[in-house]
Design a protein around this ligand. Structure first.
Ligand code: S3P
Length: 182
């Protein structure tokens, strides 16, 4: 049987799990492009995430995100950073991604996620609450089973972007030995 060639990598996980920073470095190492779902949603809507939530509600945002995701998931030689809620939303089924997609859950604790997210106000309306830690705990607990549909889980608490990226590259080298650039 011919092994499936690696076409793209999809990173899922909660806000602050490092999808963007790890995704960028991973793409650089692979010589591929990095594309972040949120960036494409913002540029197509012509508005920041927080504004989309205000104007169209979370459901309006999810509809745009689902459309963008479907398109990006047909790209080749690309590392995709999903938004933190995509994999848990109705449209974000990880068991339906196209073949050739290596899926990783970057796992983060609520405490670490909130620490990392503090530097980016406005982009994370769901944590823009009086008690963001409580909100993060609740969302992570709710979403964990869906994130867990990713093929591999990589813990990120206490790990650098370089370490997490190296861990992913090691898995890719083992699983897709013929598909990686030299
Ligand atoms: C969201 C995560 C954000 C962004 C939006 C909703 C979520 O993406 O899509 O604020 O529901 O967890 P990041 O995980 O890239 O911050």
């Amino acid at each position: 049987m011919t092994p499936v060639a690696l076409e793209r990598v999809l990173l899922v996980g909660f806000m602050g799990s490092g999808k963007t920073s790890v995704g960028r470095l991973l793409a650089e190492r692979l010589g591929w492009r990095f594309v972040d779902f949120d960036d494409v949603v913002e540029s197509e809507a012509g508005a920041r995430i927080a504004e989309i939530f205000r104007a169209a509600g979370e459901s309006g945002f999810r509809a745009l995100e689902a459309e963008v995701a479907e398109r990006l998931l047909s790209g080749r030689h690309v590392v995709l950073g999903s938004g933190g809620g995509w994999a848990a939303a109705a449209a974000g089924r990880l068991d339906e991604v196209p073949s050739g997609t290596a899926t990783f859950w970057l796992r983060v604790s609520a405490e670490e996620a909130v620490r990392r997210a503090v530097g980016q106000p406005g982009q994370r309306p769901l944590l823009d609450r009086p008690d963001p830690l409580e909100a993060a705990r609740r969302l992570i607990e709710e979403r964990a089973p869906r994130y867990g549909e990713a093929r591999w889980t990589v813990d990120t608490d206490g790990s650098s972007v370089e370490d997490v990226t190296a861990g992913i590259l090691a898995i890719l080298a083992r699983e897709y030995p013929d598909s990686l650039p030299d």
